[in-house]
Design a binder for this molecule. Structure first.
Ligand code: MG
Length: 389
């Protein structure tokens, strides 16, 4: 199944998502503007078509890819080297990625997902069958809560529980007001929603080691369920020092985990209990499976992150990865609720049964990623297109 053509589309979103996090604003931008919009890759190989879509989260966050960087990486660098290659040669393509541009993970993930979608369609198998087979078809979802007043954060969690049936929430932290404000936010939310919701905290690198330790001590009586990337991504020793003070509360690496080498370094330093795997961050499904092996060998669990804003394709890739992972390897609740109805329908996939229900989603079992992109909607919402032949 040789790749003969690759198309790249930057597509519009119908809802602008703006949230505050410690590193700045998470913003999908106004309608019609390219910045903040998802990039869709369409790979043609011997009559089969595969789709992958990733929204670069920059600016104001930790990933170097931008919309323009992704399009350039795919059309000028990775794309020409993919033409003529077999869609199933994931391992040699990974080597090509490393040798061509080492760190454009968003671009790689979009390509990797399109390759998996095409391969699944060619073999008439859902993608999870290409990833080791089915372990968990029904996937619990979590709700990520942006920085706001304690009342607003609590309201957001109540809405997630009532409207979508979710029972896991992650509160952003590390904003103005310092760690004491974060502690107050957490206590207010916990007291408002009670003990039936698992609540984690994510300062997105916004604390120091000593601040993180003080927060843990303050929040242990209020059942902090996990803590995500409190300090700078490079500070592995700091993560290990924090973990020693956690009293069994799981510590998760997010920004600190992008590559296979990162996963090994974190495991070797006994720095974390959980890896947050976001497919856009690690470069797609094939790379994520390698990180999963390091995690399994090290007694580390995986959490499936990535908001997948209005993207059925991005959410589906996360679902196939989750579904193919054994229960003991996963810390429950995946983050992609905004791709399965949590933020309105995907403009490219207006009719879909891949939707959140009772706080869960079921992995699509049709061939490939199992998502039918509406080609007319793709034409309508395309802001920019390129092709590689
Ligand atoms: Mg995070």
């Amino acid at each position: 199944m040789a790749i003969d053509r690759i198309e790249v589309f930057v597509t519009d979103l119908t809802i602008r998502l703006q949230r505050e996090i410690s590193s700045g604003a998470y913003d999908t931008g106004p309608t019609g503007s390219l910045i903040g919009k998802p990039v869709l890759v369409k790979i043609h190989a011997d009559g089969v078509v595969g789709y992958g879509q990733i929204r670069p989260i920059s600016p104001g966050h930790f990933m170097p890819d931008t919309v323009h960087g992704m399009v350039s990486a795919i059309t000028e660098f990775y794309g020409p080297r993919l033409i003529g290659k077999d869609i199933l040669d994931f391992e040699s393509l990974l080597t090509m990625f490393d040798q061509t541009l080492p760190a454009n993970m968003n671009a790689r993930a979009a390509i990797d997902h399109a390759l998996h979608d095409a391969a699944g369609k060619a073999l008439n198998l859902p993608v999870y069958k290409l990833l080791g087979g089915l372990c968990q078809p029904r996937i619990p979802l979590e709700w990520s809560v942006g920085l706001a007043s304690p009342e607003k954060m609590a309201q957001d969690v109540h809405r997630a529980m009532k409207e979508f049936g979710l029972s896991v929430a992650c509160l952003k932290a590390g904003g103005k007001g310092g760690w004491e404000r974060d502690v107050a936010n957490f206590i207010a939310v916990r007291e408002s929603v009670g003990d039936n919701v698992a609540i984690g905290m994510d300062p997105n690198e916004g604390w120091t080691v000593s601040e993180a330790i003080r927060v843990i001590k303050k929040l242990t009586p209020y059942r902090l369920d996990y803590l995500e990337q409190p300090v700078k991504r490079q500070n592995i020793a700091g993560m290990a020092a924090i973990r020693r003070e956690m009293n069994g509360i799981p510590l998760m690496a997010d920004e600190g985990l992008m590559t296979l080498a990162d996963s090994y370094a974190l495991a070797k330093a006994d720095a974390v209990d959980v890896f947050c795997v976001k497919l856009y961050k690690v470069g797609g499904l094939h790379a994520a499976k390698k990180i999963a092996a390091v995690a399994e060998a090290s007694g580390i669990q995986l959490n499936i992150g990535g908001l997948a804003v209005q993207s059925q394709l991005e959410a589906a890739a996360g679902a196939h990865f989750y579904a193919s992972s054994p229960e003991h390897l996963i810390m429950p609740a995946a983050e992609f609720v905004f791709g399965v109805g949590g933020l309105g329908p995907d403009p490219l996939v207006p009719d879909s049964d891949f939707q959140v229900k009772d706080g869960h989603v079921t992995v699509p079992n049709r061939p490939g990623l199992g998502i039918n992109v509406d080609e007319r909607a793709l034409e309508r919402y395309t802001l920019k297109r390129e092709a590689v032949k």
